[in-house]
Ligand binder design. Structure first.
Ligand code: BDR
Ligand code: CA
Length: 317
């Protein structure tokens, strides 16, 4: 495996905030299989499925990965700061993992449950590792906004924030204008975007360029023949007899690309932009627009898709 770190002491400390979710699960597998990073903790947020299912799915995916370092896990927000909860069962299935047959085995625990809520864990680790901790957020940004409201100075101790979310110069996927993570909690997104923390945004503009095709499943995923490739087949609903996905043509690797952006920041082609989120209900709710004011953030508008896909696939085995 090609390791993208030059010195051993450059292994990045990571916290992943997620709403597991099929592509969140693929992101977790990629992160734990990447020697460039050490995942210290995971926090769950309402999103693709309700919070209870998100938390179960974090445990299921950790039972598959079996990390030796027993990361901390914490429950976060069960609803957005403002507005109704929405879920994406049509994409991720009723359980959020496409019905994949993975279970939490009794008796062996691969994580440590944190006693407080997600926003407290985020702040605690930010203080414990000042200017060292990278937070990768691949769900609605509610937990991050709660932490920012509680202690903005504490959140400034984060080294960086990498966020999957938004549709900047392209169509949305929740509405014609809005991407799911931002649409699920536009107010939280606005609070995070204007926080002044160094942010890299990984929007649909980039993630719609990275996807699994039936050809890729046949030629690269199936031959791996391990528990991870089997999970990819089951969770994505790939029909090995019919050689196609049951519900769609391709599977977008939205959340794994946010992990990729930390493994190797040169994968993304970024522009520095100020962004604003529409928080008023109506047609444009959750739409991200470019703006002249406010802190600038690095926005991934392009990606070296081939190189990313190679990293993702090679780390399934
Ligand atoms: C994002 O929304 C969720 O459904 C995915 O997990 C991803 O985080 C893509 O818009
Ligand atoms: Ca997600």
């Amino acid at each position: 495996m090609v390791t993208l770190k030059s010195k051993r002491n450059e292994i990045k400390k990571i916290l992943i905030d997620c709403d597991v979710g099929v592509d969140d699960a693929l992101a977790l597998i990629l992160a734990f299989h990447s020697p460039e990073m050490e995942v210290r903790a995971m926090t769950g947020v309402n999103g693709n499925v309700p919070l209870g299912a998100v938390f179960t799915n974090i445990q299921k995916v950790l039972s598959l990965i079996r990390p030796k370092n027993r990361p901390l896990i914490a429950r976060g927000a069960d609803r957005p700061l403002k507005g109704d909860t929405i879920h994406a069962h049509s994409v991720h299935g009723s359980d959020g993992l496409g019905g994949a047959k993975i279970e939490v085995k009794q008796g062996k625990v691969w994580w440590e449950e944190y006693s407080g809520p997600a926003d407290e864990l985020i702040l605690e680790l930010a203080y414990q590792f000042p200017n060292e901790l990278a937070l990768i957020a691949v769900g609605p940004l509610t937990n991050l906004a709660l932490a920012l409201r509680k202690d903005p100075a504490g959140m400034k101790k984060l080294k960086e924030l990498v966020i999957m979310g938004g549709a900047v110069r392209t169509r949305g996927n929740a509405t014609p204008y809005a991407e799911f993570n931002v649409y699920s909690d536009p107010l939280a997104s606005q609070i995070v975007f204007e926080s002044g923390i160094p942010i890299t945004l990984v929007p649909l503009d980039a993630t719609h360029q990275v996807f699994l095709t039936p050809g890729c499943m046949e030629e690269r995923v199936k031959p791996i023949g391990n528990a991870f490739s089997q999970f990819v087949i089951e969770a994505t609903g790939y029909d090995t007899g019919a050689h196609r996905f049951r519900n769609r043509d391709n599977i977008f690797l939205h959340d794994p690309l946010a992990i990729g952006a930390v493994i190797d920041p040169t994968l993304l082609k970024t522009e520095r932009l100020s962004l604003q989120v529409e928080t008023q209900e109506g047609e444009y709710y959750g739409k991200v627009t470019e703006n002249n004011d406010g802190p600038k953030i690095d926005v991934g508008l392009g990606v070296d898709a081939e190189r990313f896909l190679e990293i993702f696939l090679s780390r399934l085995s």
